[in-house]
Write a protein that binds this ligand. Structure first.
Ligand code: 9RB
Ligand code: ZN
Length: 367
């Protein structure tokens, strides 16, 4: 069986406008791009094409998520506000003043959610063994009542709720390896024991104050949210340790029917927004760990949906490397110049990283 792949040209047309990173242009910030510009993702897609990988993937066509799909996760007020602002020629903002979108941005956001839905459907109906939805705008910060952190709608959560509408008994685990806390996904399922949300992130990066070890779900969902706030500087060794010592035992215990990965490449060593050091081969190794445990617990079913990652030159290498591992197609796009970084000292596990992993294991009784 093959690997599914979602991309739509309109994902590159989601318009975050003229900014200087996070700052609106002003007399002291020269007009440039927003951090969440199309560059890294469009170039990821281009490399999927040019590397030859595309020939081996099963292309999945996204549809627009319907209002019904979006309302399984979001409030009617949030949906109505995005639609209203999207109708303005100048567009609007998803909620926090740093999540801009252009005219008809609503439709592109609905197509991003629809891309995640289509990818998860294809995995669940057996069309593909696993899938990567390269969507934009991202989704893992969007909460039921608002967008934030560049996210408009909660793509992964909407896909999961869509799948559960078809199969109410479906149990899903999310493993969010974006460098930021997957707070929106956690919020959508906080009180729901049918969805285990795991987030590996840089400690207290964004949203500030979110994603501590002590956040573990609410009510019936207590214990079904797992947070691994790794210290700034963590490289391949620390991330792999967290995967092996937290993610794997948690997935073995939970036994999901499918694993959904909100996948950001902003924990990479070249990312301008994160302070972590993961390399393309680190992402390959993390993918391998997930695929092995997925083989054990859920017949290999994994759906990844794209989140952050802001290095225009390195995100494509990380992304294609992950897709290479997922599909078993041997493409090595990482030159010797970059591969040399894999042996740098930040990749060995540090005691202060192992301490966090141990604290998470203790909090959740993982053995
Ligand atoms: C706000 C600010 C942000 C917002 C989003 C990110 C990254 C998101 C991502 C980073 C910083 C500032 C709301 C500054 O990649 N997620 O995966 N900062 N947002 N000031 N204020 C008021
Ligand atoms: Zn991020």
């Amino acid at each position: 069986m093959t690997t599914g792949y979602v991309w739509h040209e309109l994902y590159g047309w989601h318009d975050t406008g003229t900014y200087a990173g996070l700052l609106p242009a002003s007399l002291t910030s020269q007009p440039y791009q927003h951090f969440e510009s199309p560059e890294s993702k469009q170039r990821f897609h281009s490399l999927v094409e040019v590397s030859g990988l595309m020939r081996h993937l099963t292309r999945i066509t996204p549809k627009f998520a319907t209002d019904e799909d979006i309302l399984r996760v979001h409030t009617p007020e949030h949906l109505a506000r995005i639609k209203a602002e999207s109708a303005h020629l100048k567009g609007g903002d998803a909620g926090d003043g740093t999540s801009p979108f252009g005219h008809q941005g609503f439709e592109i956001a609905a197509l991003a959610a629809g891309g995640s839905i289509a990818a998860l459907n294809a995995v669940l109906d057996g069309t593909v063994i696993n899938a990567y939805a390269l969507v934009r705008p991202p989704g893992h910060h969007a909460r039921p009542e608002t967008g934030m952190g560049f996210c408009i709608f909660a793509n992964a959560s909407i896909a999961i709720r869509h799948a559960q509408a078809n199969n109410p008994a479906l149990r899903v685990a999310t493993v969010d390896w974006d460098v930021h806390h997957g707070n929106g996904t956690q919020a959508a399922f906080a009180a729901d024991p049918s969805v285990l949300t795991i987030s590996l992130h840089q400690d207290d990066l964004f949203p500030r104050g979110s994603g501590a070890v002590s956040e573990r779900g609410e009510g019936d969902g207590d214990g079904f949210a797992i947070n691994v706030p790794l210290p700034a500087g963590t490289g391949n060794g620390g991330y792999l340790h967290a995967m092996r010592e937290v993610v794997v035992p948690a997935l073995r215990r939970f036994k999901p029917d499918v694993i959904v990965v909100p996948s950001g490449f902003d924990a990479s060593c070249y990312d301008p927004l994160g302070r972590m050091s993961v390399t393309a081969s680190g992402y390959r190794a993390m993918t391998r760990v997930l695929m092995d445990v997925a083989d054990e617990v859920c017949a290999g079913r994994i759906m990844m949906t794209h989140e952050g990652g802001y290095s225009p030159t390195y995100v494509p290498l990380c992304g294609v490397t992950v897709l290479s591992e997922m599909s078993g197609v041997d493409v090595d796009v990482v030159s010797e110049i970059y591969a040399g970084f894999d042996t740098m000292p930040e990749h060995t596990l540090k005691p202060w990283q192992a301490d966090v992993v141990q604290a998470v294991r203790q909090e959740h009784g993982l053995t």
